[in-house]
Structure formats: C-alpha cells, structure tokens
Design a protein around this ligand. Structure first.
Ligand SMILES: Cc1ncc(COP(=O)(O)O)c(C=O)c1O
Length: 488
C-alpha cells in the first residue's frame, strides 16, 4: 500500500459533496487513470483502505461495488479486488491540422442535422441538452409562478440592456469567474446564441476575417456563415484548448476583425485553457486592438477545484466581449444569456434594441430570483458531481466497446466526449447508420469550418446512464466497427 497516496475525504454536508463512497471510488479511478494503480494490480484490502483513508469498512465496500459495476475492477474470490486489465487504454483524439488561409463557410450541416434531430423516438446522444432530471425544474416552476403573480412589472417591456435585478444577480455571480463587473456592464440576451450573434454582427461585416478555433461549437459557425465572413482556423488541443501561438500568427498574417474562442470546458473537447495562456491571449488581442469574443457557456461545469476564470477576468482595456448562459446549468428553455461587451457596450445595446427591443420579462425576473435565493451553488455542485461521474462512465463504455484504437477526450468539465474513430473511419457513415438505428450523434464535420474531422464525432456524456443509453453505446461500437475509411 506504500505507493497509494493518502487522501482526505470531505464529509457530506447537506448534499454539498459527493457521498463518501463516491469520493473513495473517484479517488481510486484517479489513481488508475494516473497509472499509480495499473491494470492487473491488486487493490488494497478493504481493511487497509478503511484504516489508511479513515473511512468505514462499509464505505470502502460500497466504493468497490460501484467500481465493479463500472467495470473498473474485478473481484477474484478468496483473493481480492484487482484493477481490470483492459485490452487498451483509449488514446486522446488527435488535433487535425487546419487550413491557415481565410475561407468562406459553405456548409449548413448544423442546421440540417438540428432540424432532423427534432424527430421523435431517438436516443439523443448528439445534441447539447443538459440532463433534464438534474435540473431544478420544479423549484424553478414555483419561482416562475411566484414572480408572474407578484412582480408588478412582469408584463412590462424591459428594454435592453435588460432587467436590473438580473444584471445585478449576474454581476454578483461572475465574481466567481474572476470578473469585477457592475450591472451596467452587462446586456441580457436571448441565450448565449443571441449574445454571440450580436457580437459577430456588431464587430464584423461581410467579407471580414475572423479567427476561430477548430474544432469549435457548430452554432458559432452558423452565425459566422450567416454574416458571410471568412474564417481562419487555429488548432484546438483536446486538453489545453486554443493554440495561442497560432492566434498570434493569424493576427500577424491577416487583417482580423475579431477572434472568437471558448476557454473553459470547450464544446466539443472539454478542454481547459491554462491560466497563463488565457492571460497571453487577452494581452495579444489588446495589444493588436482586436476584439476577443469569448463563449463561456460551460465555465460553471468543471469537475474539480474552483471555477476557472473567464477571459474577461484578464481584460484591462475592454477588448473582451464575454458571453454566457443559464441554458446549461438551469434551464435551456428560459433563454437567459448575457454579454459583458467591454468597450463595445453601447453598440451591442443598440443592436439588441434594434433586433428584439427587449427580452421576455418573466424569465429574467425568475432567473434573478433563483440566482439570489434558489440555491444555485447547490445546483452547480450537483451537476458537476453527476456529470463527472456520467462522463467517466460513458468514456469507459466507449473504451471497452468501440474498435481498438478509438481515441476519446478526457474532459475536465462540461457535457461532451469527443471521439476519434480508428483507421480514418467515416463518422458521417456512422452518423447515418446510427440514425437508422434510432440514435443521434454529432458528426465531426459539424464542428469544422472546413469540413474536417471526418473521423470524429461528439457524444453528449451528461445523459443519465439508463439501459437504453447502455444499449445505444454498445450498438454504436458495433456500427463503428463496420464503417469504411472516410473519402479523402
Ligand atoms: C459552446 C456553446 N455556446 C452557446 C450555446 C448556446 O447556448 P444558448 O442555449 O444559451 O443559446 C451552446 C449550446 O449548445 C454551446 O454549446
């Protein structure tokens, strides 16, 4: 047991931390993932772990039971618990080289696939919906009916920049993201989608060049396509996110109207950009006087430690426009998003006024009330804890059931797994075959400005692990084995 590091377990207080057995299980998974405990090795006996980690025998037994169910360990009668010897550990997906010359976006794959995904009866592993059963919907419903009944202005226009109560509540929350903002620095939008759209339409005109990371969120690509701008791709690494050196090169080589990135638990990679790189990126755009649009939709959904700062936290001169949303943590149907547009505040506000005049009032009031008094921190802890364990479970199932050589991301937060099929197999073929089998996935080319990532796809790993999902992953693994290499 000498090389099993000591660990301090946090007692469960009002559901504020994982149950102890889950903490023990998570810690053991960390040790397996870090290679401290290797496949085939015996785990410490229940009694030793009980003594060494200061948790009860039944807690250790429960943790071992969870790990057995998850296929992390095997029980050998009379002998003990052993780390399951996997045929392979899935490698990380690769970052594909991206074209460095500006190009127009000509595919509307996202719109076509999103329209198709409305179909009934699908097992939805492609879309980015948060898990419904993990959202505080009944509390939220109560808040909505209370504010609708009691707030005198609930049927008034609340013109841009949006309801002061919500802007106040958000400014307070964004302290956790390292931001010092006043309510006057924020504009409420119809989700993060409208925030991004307002930024792109305010800062660019057709034909301009915009720098984006690749792979990136397909909704952003559609917004850029609608604005008829050219894009320059910069690589996005599965663990450390946007390549800041490549952004620097793009700024040197092209006349760039804006840079758009996501730095915290990115979609689709789940990457987290290191602090120093965030600081560098903001300094680079500030020095070049280029607006930096940040999509921080998943910043609240990290699996460990404190919430990472948004790029706005490093913004000294107002060049960062930081977009956020409650869609991923509270309710996508509320349609509450925002932008902190820095020096572009008045232009963004004017554009919001022109395009929609005002956002719906009741959702703004309800969101403000929930953020102030509804237990949002508790909700975030619950989501983080659940997503961490659900994503792990899906990652293990994909590792076990997909063809050897399949690559999988190891997200540090967010909702997604990014999967690379081996031998260049065609993820568009997998998409079609899966669709016929009643399963939706998001194929890689949706996330590429240039039709790349043909062997990649995204899974929503935040769905509850039901027998239907379990069967769908098995089916996808079999179908992946039957796919041909993608055409060049
Ligand atoms: C990275 C990213 N940004 C923005 C959005 C859109 O969010 P909203 O529902 O707030 O418009 C999504 C939704 O999937 C997303 O993944």
């Amino acid at each position: 047991l000498g090389d099993i590091p000591h660990t301090r377990m946090v007692p469960t207080v009002n559901g504020n931390a994982d149950p102890l057995y889950q903490q023990v299980a998570n810690r053991l998974i960390d040790l397996v993932e870090q290679g401290t405990l290797r496949p085939g090795e015996r785990l410490p006996s229940v009694r030793r772990l009980h003594k060494q980690w200061g948790v009860s025998v039944s807690t250790v037994l429960e943790a071992y039971r969870v790990l057995e169910d998850r296929g992390v360990l095997d029980v050998r009668p009379q002998s003990g618990h052993y780390v399951r010897a996997r045929a392979h550990r899935a490698p990380l997906p690769r970052a594909e080289p991206a074209p460095t010359t500006p190009r127009a976006l000509d595919s509307d794959l996202m719109v076509r696939i999103t329209l198709r995904a409305g179909q009934q009866g699908l097992t939805r592993l492609g879309c980015g919906l948060p898990e419904r059963d993990l959202l505080p919907l009944s509390e939220l419903d109560k808040v909505i009916s209370r504010v609708a009944r009691t707030c005198r202005d609930s049927h008034d226009y609340v013109v841009a920049p949006g309801h002061i109560r919500l802007r106040r509540a958000l400014a307070r929350r964004l302290v956790d993201a390292g931001c010092t903002l006043s309510p006057e620095d924020l504009v409420i939008t119809n989700g993060c989608t409208e925030a991004l759209d307002l930024c792109v339409r305010t800062l660019t005109k057709p034909g301009d060049t915009v720098v984006v990371e690749s792979p990136t969120y397909f909704g952003l690509l559609e917004i850029l396509r609608a604005q008829d701008v050219q894009v320059v791709e910069v690589p996005n690494h599965p663990e450390t996110g946007v390549d800041v050196d490549a952004v620097a090169r793009a700024l040197e080589e092209h006349d760039v109207a804006a840079v758009v990135v996501s730095c915290n638990y990115t979609n689709p990679l789940g990457a987290l950009v290191p602090l120093e790189q965030k600081r560098r990126l903001v300094a680079l755009c500030t020095d070049n006087e280029v607006p930096l649009i940040e999509d921080d939709a998943y910043g609240d959904l990290g699996f460990e430690g404190d919430r990472p700062p948004s790029l706005k936290a490093f913004d000294t001169d107002g060049w960062v426009l930081s977009c956020g949303t409650l869609s991923k943590t509270l309710s996508p149907g509320l349609r509450i998003g925002w932008v902190a547009p820095g020096r572009f505040l008045s232009e963004i506000c004017r554009r919001k006024l022109i395009s929609t005049l005002a956002g719906a009032t009741v959702p703004q009031l309800a969101a403000a009330e929930y953020l102030q008094n509804g237990g949002y921190d508790r909700q975030l802890r619950r989501l983080r804890r659940s997503y961490r364990s659900l994503l792990r479970q899906m990652c293990e199932a994909v590792t076990d059931r997909f063809p050897d050589g399949t690559g999988i991301s190891r997200p540090r937060g967010g909702q997604f797994l990014w999967v690379e099929l081996p031998e260049g197999r065609d993820a568009m073929e997998l998409f079609e075959k899966a669709w016929d089998a009643g399963i939706s996935i998001a194929p890689g080319p949706m996330f590429s400005p240039s039709g790349g990532y043909r062997s990649f796809f995204r899974l929503n790993g935040s769905v509850l692990w039901t027998p239907v999902v379990d069967e769908a992953i098995t089916k996808l693994g079999v179908l992946a084995g039957s796919c041909e290499p993608a055409p060049d």
